[in-house]
Design a protein around this ligand. Structure first.
Ligand SMILES: [Ca+2]
Ligand SMILES: [Ca+2]
Ligand SMILES: [Ca+2]
Length: 407
């Protein structure tokens, strides 16, 4: 990484292995524009690495040297572009084929609205937009074909305002003849799609509990029957896993394990009994998205409590575990402004999670990400929604969808 006029080569755990003096450089405040594509640079001199770091994914490549010591050098892939610039503060993003034509659509969620479009020639072309009930706060978004008709539905987790009576009031939307239709509202569950071993992505739900129990009871599958979302079988997850901030994966010896972001930002690997097999020494996660509930410990002040929706974890195309990091999130204030941010890919080696690569840092808060073929060219990308400026008294704020080529 380049900072303070020095290029630091980082090891898999983020520790500095070498530091080189480098020419001063402007740190871009906005995401870099598409760089001309070239072959991945291997064993490039430090100066070339500094140039390459302005775009793309930064991989940690193991290089065995004598004496049994494994050094990791960095390898840079170019190809990062800004697929959309949107007004307002994006809360979540989802990619899926909403109309069944074989091309993906991109949906971006804001507090009270949802925008759907397509990425054509690396540009976001809006298709439709829908505005929601202002008494509800949108929190999370998924695109998944639960009813199996070949078109993904959109699932928006939302909570009805009112700290005393806050309750999930989620929605299902479908695209019909190029228009979004609110097929169902006031769904009384939190909703989240999760990559499930042996099945692919499934949609799960969980209920809200009593005042100090925000996510309560088992996680369960949901199905669509007669245009209604219905409760299906529950899935087994270890305590303390709840709906947001985990992904299961398979270890050949140990069976299904769970990568889990705990409430203090430590990334853990749990077995099915909830035993912690590994945990990170650095922080991950970080979210600015929350709803409010009454705080039974607040006493006379009646100050509500902020319940944050944990960052998404997901599986990468090669079985990597993808974990976002928004720096600065230890501030417990609900008006936290996080960033810079990056997405890290980690691989389980049977004992520890090791870093494979991370994206170049973005100077903003990463609200959400998804691996998908966003531009329909047959190659997967990582798409992420980043908040570049926040709403103020005179501005609406600005968000972007940044796309990293994985090839
Ligand atoms: Ca489509
Ligand atoms: Ca469908
Ligand atoms: Ca693509």
């Amino acid at each position: 990484m380049l900072s303070g006029g020095q290029l630091s080569v980082l090891g898999p755990g983020g520790e500095v292995i070498h530091t080189y003096a480098a020419a001063p450089r402007q740190v871009p405040a906005a995401p870099p524009i598409a760089a001309p594509s070239s072959q991945p640079a291997v064993s490039t001199p430090p100066a070339a690495k500094a140039a390459a770091e302005t775009s793309g994914i930064i991989a940690s490549v193991p290089e065995v040297v004598s004496g049994g010591i494994i050094r990791r050098q960095e390898q840079y892939y170019e190809g990062v572009w800004n697929a959309a610039e949107l007004k307002g503060r994006a809360l979540a993003m989802a990619v899926g084929d909403l109309n069944g034509d074989g091309r993906p659509e991109l949906a971006v969620l804001f507090k009270e609205s949802l925008v759907v479009g397509r990425v054509e020639d690396r540009t976001f072309v809006p298709v439709d937009e829908i505005t929601f009930d202002a008494m509800e706060k949108s929190l999370a978004l998924d695109a998944i074909d639960v009813d199996g008709d070949g078109r993904a539905e959109l699932y928006v987790t939302a909570v009805r305002n009112g700290t005393e009576s806050a309750r999930p009031s989620s929605r299902r939307l479908v695209m019909e003849k190029g228009k979004l239709r609110l097929a169902e509202k006031q769904i009384p569950w939190f909703l989240r799609s999760v990559d499930w071993p042996g099945e692919g992505r499934i949609l799960l739900a969980q209920r809200m509990g009593g005042l100090n129990n925000d996510f309560d009871g088992p996680l369960f599958r949901v199905n669509v029957q007669q245009d209604r979302l219905v409760e299906g079988r529950s899935v087994d997850v270890p305590s303390p896993v709840s709906l947001f901030g985990f992904v299961p994966f398979v270890d050949e010896a140990r069976g299904t394990l769970f990568a889990y972001l705990n409430r203090t930002g430590t990334l853990q690997v749990l077995n099915s009994n909830g035993e912690v097999l590994w945990q990170s020494s650095s922080d991950y996660g970080g979210s600015e998205v929350f709803f409010e509930r009454s705080d039974s410990s607040a006493g006379m002040s009646n100050e509500p409590r902020a319940v944050f929706i944990k960052a998404n974890l997901a599986m990468g195309p090669d079985g990597e575990i993808l974990v976002p990091l928004n720096k600065g999130w230890k501030i417990t204030d609900r008006f936290r402004e996080l960033g810079p941010s990056r997405l890290t890919a980690l691989q389980w080696d049977g004992n520890t999670l090791r870093e494979l690569w991370h994206t170049q840092e973005q100077q903003g808060y990463m609200a959400d990400f998804q691996v998908a073929d966003v531009d329909h060219d047959g190659q997967l990308e990582v798409a992420m929604t980043v908040t570049f400026s926040r709403p103020g008294f005179t501005t609406e704020g600005r968000s972007g969808v940044v796309v990293y080529e994985l090839q």
